[in-house]
Design a protein around this ligand. Structure first.
Ligand code: AMP
Ligand code: MG
Length: 477
């Protein structure tokens, strides 16, 4: 038995269109995340038998109704009133034995009414890339959509002037409700659907919040501030923080041109199309506020009361984002430094560390802190000579602060050794395209154990070799 539910389609019927996935002539299961399937309480035997068919879109379970979801979005600041799932199908919702509800969604499964000029497809490497990065995020403890499976379709896809193997990703998400979903109904003037969407989102993600537009706005501000602070703590650059790629659930969604920092640099950009640096590492907290402003604007028709008071109240929420984010940021970085119960008095210590590691490997620098409690040599070796005296001064202050902290815990349990290094990801994807999945599976295993000791897997903890060059990621994959 494999039962899917359809609460979104029932509650917000104007938000979906029934659309069927493209046929897959020769479906084959390439990745099946049995650990995740088991955590979700899914029937493993049924999925082992049907996975190639169901996860490629060749066929679907009897309880599924494939649908494309409608949404709008601000892309690089410009508004598109109709985007929607142009290459994705929501099959339905899983309810776990614990009662949690998750979307089961296919990406790369063919054209829909929202495809515009696109082919509705995906090829293998970008879908495997999403598996590596989203599973890494999950293991790092960061809210994220998950990768359940990747299936090849047996249909080639034209990309970069060549034919590539077509593939579909089966994705699990708390929901696929985006800031752009709200923008869609507001821009159409469909107040009834907007209210239904708000009620559905509150019931699904924030059952304890006040049942109002402000209750939802406050909840999303809290969840997204926590999320972006967590990204900053691992050096994650999403790359395309458009409002259609920001989930109301507070999960990281849509792994396109994302990448992790090697060298620490607030201005780091990896995406080939982000010429202005709008979505650089250091801009992410500002874009958080910008996107939440779009959400607030979309919710205005649902904010009841005197217009002046409503606008003042909405603006007060927006003004509050910086402080809420700051508290989350402090919590993340204080934890990385081993400081318990941080206060704003710790900000100077945190902010004193970052310039010291400018241009040095972000992940390794934090990973060296555990040893630096006793001996700063490993950390010192990562940074330029002319900064090392300043580092000694900082270390003395830091040690004094950490000694006061009850948190004498192991910082290696907080600061990861293994992140999806761009050069390792690329090597695994190149091998997979050539038919060799071994490097992919080896890398995935390390990413699923990010905090384990480096011994025996040193290569996974090292930055790209010098001369690797600037890493660039691409959209429209
Ligand atoms: P993304 O950049 O993946 O967030 O997608 C932005 C919009 O483009 C969404 O509406 C997608 O559904 C659509 N899109 C992306 N790739 C394709 C494709 N190959 N075919 C059709 N639509 C696509
Ligand atoms: Mg998207």
């Amino acid at each position: 038995m494999f039962t899917l539910h359809h609460s979104f389609a029932t509650d917000v019927p104007q938000g979906v269109l029934e659309q069927t996935p493209d046929p897959a002539p020769a479906p084959a299961l390439v990745v099946f995340n049995e650990t995740l399937a088991a955590q979700l309480g899914l029937p493993l035997d049924v999925l082992r038998t049907n996975g190639a068919q169901w996860f490629s879109g060749a066929s679907w379970p009897a309880s599924a109704t494939p649908r494309a979801m409608a949404y709008a979005g601000h892309q690089f600041g410009g508004f598109s009133p109709v985007l929607g799932d142009g290459r994705a199908h929501l099959l339905g919702e899983i309810i776990t034995p614990q009662g949690a509800r998750f979307d089961l969604h296919l990406k790369g499964s063919g054209r829909t009414a929202f495809s515009r000029g696109g082919d509705g497809r995906a090829h293998l490497a970008p879908m495997l890339r999403e598996v590596l990065i989203s599973e890494s995020m999950a293991a790092l403890g960061i809210p994220t959509t998950r990768a359940l499976a990747v299936a090849t379709t047996g249909r080639d896809v034209l990309r970069d002037g060549g034919l590539k193997r077509g593939a579909v990703l089966a994705r699990i998400a708390a929901s696929h409700i985006r800031v752009g979903t709200f923008e869609y109904f507001t821009s159409r003037g469909d107040a009834g659907s907007l209210r239904a969407l708000m009620d559905h989102t509150l019931a699904r993600h924030y059952p304890n919040a006040e049942k109002s537009a402000f209750g939802l706005l406050d909840s999303v501000i809290a969840a997204q501030s926590r999320l972006i602070a967590a990204w900053m703590g691992v050096g994650f650059v999403h790359g395309v923080m458009n409002t259609d790629n920001m989930a109301l659930s507070g999960e990281t969604i849509d792994y396109g041109p994302c990448a992790f920092l090697d060298a620490y640099d607030e201005d780091a950009v990896f995406s080939s199309i982000d010429h202005s640096g709008r979505y650089s590492y250091g801009m992410q907290p500002r874009i958080l506020a910008w996107n939440i402003s779009r959400l607030a604007q979309s919710l205005l028709p649902l904010m009841e009361g005197d217009e002046t008071q409503v606008i003042d109240a909405a603006n007060a929420r927006l003004d509050g984002i910086a402080g809420i984010y700051r508290t989350q940021w402090r919590a993340v970085f204080a934890r990385k430094l081993g400081i318990d119960v941080p206060t704003s008095a710790d900000d100077a210590l945190i902010e004193g560390f970052l310039p010291l590691i400018q241009g040095a490997d972000f992940t390794q620098s934090f990973r060296a802190l555990q040893a630096a409690k006793a001996d700063g040599a490993r950390l010192s070796a990562l940074i330029p000579l002319d900064r090392r005296a300043r580092l000694e001064g900082w270390l003395a202050q830091w040690r004094a602060r950490v000694l006061q902290s009850a948190g004498q815990g192991d910082l290696n349990a907080v600061n990861p050794a293994a992140i999806p290094r761009n050069h390792m990801v690329q090597a695994a994807l190149d091998a997979a395209e050539g038919g060799d999945m071994a490097p992919f599976h080896a890398l995935l295993e390390h990413l699923q154990n990010p905090f384990a000791p480096e011994a025996g897997r040193e290569a996974y903890a090292l930055p790209a070799p010098t001369g690797y060059g600037r890493y660039t990621t691409y959209c429209g994959t």
